[in-house]
Design a protein around this ligand. Sequence first.
Ligand code: AMP
Ligand code: MG
Length: 331
Amino acid sequence: MNPQATTETEILRGDADGIARATALLRAGACVALPTETVYGLAADATDARAVAGIFEAKGRPRFNPLIAHCADFESAAREGVFNADARRLAEAFWPGPLTLVVPLADGARVCDLARAGLRSVALRVPAHPLATAILHALDRPLAAPSANPSGRISPTSAAHVAQDLGGRIAAILDGGDTVIGLESTIVACLDGEPRLLRPGGVSRAALEAILGRALADPSEHSEPTAPVAPGMLTSHYAPRARVRLDARMIAPGEAALLFGGTVPEGMVNAVAVENLSETGDLREAAAALFGAMRALDESGADGIAVAPIPDHGLGEAIMDRLSRAAADRG
Ligand code: AMP
Ligand code: MG
């Protein structure tokens, strides 16, 4: 992915005006780099799939991995995820702070499916940084925020790093000086069974185990569907039940159609169900619609999903990565 540098990136001071401007931009669906105590995050409204698609576009990420949703406080986080006793204990001990908890999605959660990569679990964190906290309180909704670097590059610990790497690709950078920890957050999954350490980071294993009163399991010992084998690498992911066929121009009997763009291939008009990712051929709109469309077609009861050709540039690469994996899963 190679988004063009067309945006004039505003550099905002870490004062009341900067907070107000960053909040207004985020509310309007833009991507803004913000300081947290770990590293600078590239933030967007986690409840708005189109805004979240902008994160993947700006970072040039070739795949949609689930993102951490940052919340103002425990109460806001508890609206998004279900906290069991272990998760509650860890949140009480380490929030605000560099600990991310992966928990089951709550009923009525607002974090969109693109930010969760279609999973029924959600990664939540309450950051300990006055600027991030002020914006989260003002917005009153969670912010998805992976590190503010292009895919494959080192995480930024200053506003100058972000400007070097993402200048021209994002709406604004809020300057909060150097980050204190400079390491990413520790990620712990509290799903069913024992809590598991998914990624080491700013909170040590020993500190977590002291609060839990027992040893943390390793992800490699288990093969639950949401366990990443390495940061960003999920062993499994949202996969439709229906067989997925790529680059289709004809519908087979019983198939649904996943379309892109204004011209529907003639052989695809008779599908049992149809979703169009973007009638105007806008890849960002398509990324935002992807997981919902796959779920809707799967639930239509179709035997298979025929996917019309999708461009492989820009966000098309991540869209095709996800669809290819869905296709490979079912042969
Ligand atoms: P980043 O936002 O780039 O710091 O990375 C977020 C990390 O959290 C990635 O390693 C993801 O694999 C992991 N993660 C986020 N959500 C989930 C989830 N629902 N289940 C498992 N891992 C997750
Ligand atoms: Mg990163």
